[in-house]
Design a protein around this ligand. Structure first.
Ligand SMILES: C[S@@+](CC[C@H](N)C(=O)[O-])C[C@H]1O[C@@H](n2cnc3c(N)ncnc32)[C@H](O)[C@@H]1O
Length: 392
């Protein structure tokens, strides 16, 4: 068995012991939404406009127990959804999860994403959350998936960041040292890890970080094991992240948690520093944010495969656009609601009336603005806040 195979076997054994994520199986569609799993929202984020069609082919690569896959099916009623994973037990749970909630459109296959070229087709959208950082060769993994992405397709990725996981990395190494020969026995690893935390003094930095940031999710052994006794994990820095992205041959669109990458949240108090920061080229600005914010625990972002055009909304074009209300909101119809990120927003009366009018369907921005006193800038702002999506 070569190195890649032996690591893959160890990873499969971890997830066969502790299938992840351990969310309960429901007899109904899962609650709420995540716009990153809603095709019109995800595509609009990348392209600035709605996609041509909704009957897309989606691949959930490293789907685990199918929590994301199930959302992908329910939030995209016309899509064809395939989940693949190395772990037999995770796949069995994913199948059962989707069967129970009525997400029968999902197809599952137990296979490595390295072998994605054995899949019978390309995909318009690939979702790969929490997986690439567990591969012995993430460059090979991202390249295998990039080949399966259709031209003009989008690719959503989530990987760990090193800076905010410093304490986790220390703890992983401590557990490994104490496990010695028993490394690879994941139940023993969880027991050792829990015993270490119980024994450390209360003011210990590793213990404090666990208490304040992770303890609640880690009450489940599946989560504790995923965090602390993983046989294979690479944590990324901005530099190594862009090496991975560059190796994919795809284009970086942006982080899918863009607020985290606004330098203003860190230096906004100083116009002089802001002016300097704005001079930096994009990747240096991200490096600066990474240096200044030790809380960054992950990177999530979209890549696209050329040819991929981003819409530029000139005033004339915007007047001909047809807006849709983004269904990823809760509390509608009301002027106060939860937006795509579950943040409370209060709409102005005109904004509210505009979105109500969108729902009648098939009316251009120009036609809507003939009765509702909004400016084009205000329509752009509704789009930037992902409250409406624009198409033709
Ligand atoms: C942390 S879980 C993430 C599950 C899911 N994507 C989510 O976010 O809920 C990582 C998953 O990646 C799978 N995995 C790891 N290496 C893989 C590979 N080479 N090919 C396919 N799946 C893999 C594991 O079996 C595990 O189920």
């Amino acid at each position: 068995m070569d190195f890649t195979q032996s690591v893959s076997s160890a990873v499969a054994l971890l997830y066969n012991t502790y299938p992840f994520p351990p969310e309960p199986l429901l007899d109904a569609p899962p609650p709420g939404y995540n716009w990153r799993w809603h095709w019109p929202s995800a595509y609009s984020f990348c392209a600035g406009r709605l996609p041509q069609g909704r009957g897309v082919r989606i691949l959930d690569a490293g789907c685990g127990t199918g929590v994301g896959t199930e959302y992908l099916v329910h939030l995209n009623p016309e899509a064809e959804v395939t989940g693949i994973d190395l772990s037999e037990r995770a796949i069995a749970t994913a199948r059962e999860r989707c069967r129970r909630s009525g997400a029968e459109r999902a197809q599952f296959q137990q296979m490595s994403l390295y072998d994605a070229d054995q899949l019978p087709q390309q995909y318009d959208w690939i979702n790969c959350v929490g997986v690439l950082h567990h591969l012995p060769d993430p460059h090979r993994g991202i390249q295998a998936l990039a080949r399966q992405l259709a031209p003009g397709g989008i690719f959503h990725i989530f990987v760990y960041a090193a800076v905010g996981r410093w304490e986790i990395a220390q703890m992983q190494q401590a557990i490994a040292l104490l496990q010695g020969e028993r490394r690879g026995d994941y139940r023993d690893g969880v027991a050792v890890g829990r015993a270490i935390f119980a024994s450390l003094p209360d003011d210990n930095r590793l213990k404090q970080r666990e208490k304040t940031r992770w303890e609640m999710e880690n009450s489940r052994d599946e989560c504790f094991a995923d965090m602390y006794v993983h046989p294979q994990e690479v944590d990324y820095t901005v530099d190594s992240l862009f090496e991975l992205i560059d190796a994919s041959g795809l284009e970086f669109v942006g982080f899918s948690n863009p607020a985290a990458w606004q330098v203003g949240r860190l230096l906004g108090g100083s116009p002089e520093l802001m002016a300097r920061a704005e001079q930096l080229e994009e990747r240096d600005r991200y490096r600066l944010i990474e240096r200044l914010d030790p809380e960054i625990t992950h990177f999530e972002f979209f890549l696209v495969k050329p040819p991929f055009e981003r819409e530029t909304w000139t005033d004339a074009k915007l007047l001909t656009a047809i807006p849709e209300r983004n269904p990823c909101m809760e509390g509608w119809p009301s002027r106060t609601l939860f937006d795509v990120n579950y943040q409370i927003v209060t709409l102005t009366e005109e904004e509210y009336n505009f979105i109500v009018a969108c729902e009648a369907g098939n009316q251009t921005v120009g036609a809507l603005l003939s009765t509702i006193p909004l400016t084009l800038e205000q329509v752009r702002s509704l789009q930037e806040r992902q409250l409406v999506l624009l198409g033709f």
